[in-house]
Design a binder for this molecule. Structure first.
Ligand code: ADP
Length: 495
């Protein structure tokens, strides 16, 4: 039977895509969702900036398209090239603009018209895309503030708004904390008229808010977990946009992120020393030994707790740091991998010097060590203050490592508390404080001390399915809904 999704053409316009450029979960999603969509029959492609270093990462294997794009901005035209490459079967187009350089760090430290200009041009390139590729998508799937201006331009731009009938837009909010706010409100030289600067537009407390523009202008909005989709409509988690999100909640839907099960696979992962699955978990012990030796330790039977993630307030560092001494006091070993705020980095390194036998800290981004930690760890700590979806807990479960998480956002949607259900996969706590966190760790350690129970929890983790198979279908159905199918044959789908 032919796939109902076969005619749909989607262009993901994004600032990150694993493994070409990744800063966090957005990069993982753009690196795996288009692939899953293609398996459903959707013609899903990606438009990404050509960041410094990307060409090396693909060993120069990209073809320059013969036709140039011309991007109009500030009373001039920026010529640009698209480089076409293939990432695991997904066509990817890398945008190379004359006189404009994208930062190797992906995001600028400070947002202003200068630093945001490259992302604005990326948005314009989406609308010029078909001229260089002869391929015209039905839907622009945009991600967070850097590409929100695709939808905003189709609504307000002096020229591009004339194309609004041709495209539908889906905006995925990966993290509401980053909104793309700049001081300037006069974007006339970018083609955005001053009428767009009001409460029903880009204006935000006398500044310009790109994400707000995207929320208002997009045809559909998704967030990366169902729970986060309603949390962001509350004052506590709405980051100043709860009112706007509440107003537009009829086009807001939560769709849980998946992970790429062929990449994150304890049976085949080339970055771990031993392979295992739900039928034979014994080799996980080898991974544990290897991880311990990497930290300079021996396997003395104590549980290994891991933390992998950005060292940011959002991730709950304010309750993790004051808990470390107590965690180590329980006889656990703790391994931390992350980078971020200097204050947290320094505090962790100081503690590491104090407890070298039980605390290991690696500051930096280290893909290989992360795999080793997921495979060799026993429990993952994720005490996030808020968490749109969270991928680390999904990866941990895939590797039979039980997550201990605060019940917020996607963490609450994906982890089942093992004390309240026989199919439990981890341990949840609600209150954002050290006592509640330590109580959850205490419950996890009590289960750890009962080998049969612990074994069941690990097997439960290995059995749950957070691959893209379910969620990519939800996106596909959303696209169909957007394109007006099956109610009537949509003219756009015929092109
Ligand atoms: P974020 O809020 O950063 O998007 P997620 O949990 O959604 O958090 O995704 C984090 C992803 O980045 C996971 O794949 C995790 O393994 C990876 N990651 C985070 N920090 C590091 C690091 N320092 N080294 C290696 N991988 C990391």
């Amino acid at each position: 039977m032919s796939s109902p999704f076969k005619k749909i053409k989607v262009l993901h316009v994004a600032s990150e895509m694993h493994p070409l450029a990744k800063k966090g979960g957005l990069g993982d999603v753009v690196g795996s969702l288009p692939k899953a969509q293609r398996e459903l029959g959707i013609d899903s492609r990606v438009l990404l900036p050509l960041y410094p270093g990307v060409m090396d990462r693909i060993n120069g294997e990209a073809k320059k398209l013969p036709r140039k794009l011309y991007l109009p901005l500030e009373w001039r035209v920026y010529p640009a090239r698209l480089w076409h490459t293939d990432v695991q079967g997904v066509p990817v187009y890398l945008l190379d603009i004359e006189d404009i350089s994208f930062s190797a760090d992906v995001y600028p430290n400070q947002l202003d018209m200068n630093s945001v200009r490259p992302f604005f041009l990326l948005s314009l390139a989406a609308m010029e895309f078909k001229k260089a590729t002869n391929w015209n998508p039905h839907i622009f799937h945009i991600h967070d503030w850097p590409t929100s201006m695709v939808a905003a331009s189709l609504k307000w731009h002096m020229y591009y708004s004339t194309l609004s009938d041709q495209y539908d837009t889906v905006l995925t909010i990966h993290n509401l904390a980053h909104q793309g706010i700049i001081q300037e409100t006069n974007l006339i030289q970018w083609g955005i008229p001053k009428e767009a600067f009001n409460i029903e537009g880009l204006e935000y407390y006398g500044m310009t808010n790109f994400l707000k523009g995207g929320i208002i202008a997009s045809d559909m909005i998704t967030t990366v977990s169902p729970r986060y989709s309603w949390e962001i409509q509350t004052r506590e988690y709405g980051m100043g946009l709860d009112g706007v999100l509440k107003k537009y909640n009829s086009k807001l839907k939560g769709i849980l992120n998946g992970i790429d099960y062929s990449y994150w696979n304890p049976q085949t992962d080339p970055l771990v020393p031993a392979h295992y699955d739900v039928n034979d978990i014994a080799p996980k012990r080898e991974c544990k030994k290897f991880l311990l030796s990497r930290c300079g330790w021996k396997d003395d039977g104590s549980p290994i707790l891991i933390y992998i993630g950005r060292l940011a307030e959002q991730k709950g560092l304010d309750i993790l740091l004051p808990s470390i001494e107590a965690i180590l006091g329980h006889g656990c070993k703790l391994i931390v991998l992350g980078e971020g705020s200097e204050i947290y980095e320094r505090a962790l390194l100081d503690m590491c010097a104090q407890f070298p036998d039980s605390l290991f800290v690696k500051i930096g981004y280290d893909e290989e060590l992360s795999h080793l930690m997921y495979a060799g760890g026993d429990m993952l700590l994720m005490p996030s203050y808020f968490e749109p979806c969270g991928l680390s807990q999904l990866i941990a479960m895939r590797y039979g490592t039980a997550p201990i998480c605060r019940a917020t956002g996607g963490l609450a949607d994906t982890v089942i508390d093992a004390d309240s259900a026989s199919d439990g996969t981890g341990f949840l706590f609600s209150s954002y404080d050290t006592e509640a966190f330590l109580r959850a760790i205490g419950r996890a350690l009590a289960s750890w001390n009962s080998p049969n129970l612990w074994n069941r929890i690990i097997l439960n983790c290995l059995k749950v399915d957070f691959s893209w198979s379910k969620s990519s279908r939800e996106y596909a159905n959303l696209y169909l809904e957007l394109l007006g199918v099956p109610e009537g044959e949509n003219k756009k789908l015929l092109r």
